[in-house]
Ligand binder design. Structure first.
Ligand code: ZN
Length: 200
């Protein structure tokens, strides 16, 4: 159940609870996930969320960063196109992000050898597997109305749906407060790698 997962997360993450009140954001998120899954999505785009509910993209990205604190809702992944062979690699954890090795050609890339590396990485928000199955089952039992589906089809047209790691990084802190532990930890690691790069 999304509600229980969200409530558990909100009990642990005060910043998220304060900036994105559960009363307002639970229905939005529930509606959004149902809509996106009905279109076949396994990943969620904060830009599409922003557009659907008239939020600013920055607000939406920060909200999603906060959600990644709970892997029961959203799992953070990364996407990177190999510099050598062009293969799109989905990177599942931070360890593999910082020590990239292409699944197709074996090319290794990292921050110390290529300063541009991180600016080309996109951040992905993957719906938790169990939650995804649950939503799919619900949709089978209660399909969304045509009205809802056609309004989301409008969103399909050419908006930039991907979040770069760099733009996300700028949104982790607001008024000195990090939106979540996971993002805070990610930023700490990115900074450490940058330090190594500049020193080298
Ligand atoms: Zn490659």
């Amino acid at each position: 159940m999304l509600f229980k997962r969200l409530r558990d997360l909100y009990n642990e993450n005060e910043v998220l609870a304060k900036e994105y009140p559960l009363d307002e954001y639970f229905p939005l998120l529930q509606n959004f996930i149902a809509k996106e899954v009905s279109l076949g999505a396994e990943y969620l785009s904060p830009y599409r969320f922003a557009l659907s509910y008239s939020k600013s993209p920055k607000e939406a990205i920060r909200f999603f960063l906060g959600l990644t604190d709970s892997e029961h809702i959203i799992k953070q992944q990364f996407k990177y196109e190999c510099d050598r062979c062009g293969k799109i690699n989905i990177i599942k954890d931070e360890e593999s992000l910082f020590n990239f090795k292409c699944r197709e050609c074996g090319f290794e890339d990292n921050l110390t050898s290529s300063p541009d590396y991180l600016s080309e990485v996109k951040l992905l928000f993957r719906i938790n597997e169990e939650l995804l199955e649950e939503v799919k089952k619900n949709l089978k039992d209660n399909p969304l109305s045509n009205v809802l589906q056609s309004s989301s089809a409008v969103l399909e047209r050419g908006i930039d749906e991907e979040v770069s790691l760099e733009s996300a990084e700028e949104l982790i802190y607001k008024d000195g407060k990090p939106i979540g532990k996971r993002s805070m930890e990610l930023q700490r690691k990115i900074r450490r790698y940058r330090d190594i790069m500049y020193r080298g």
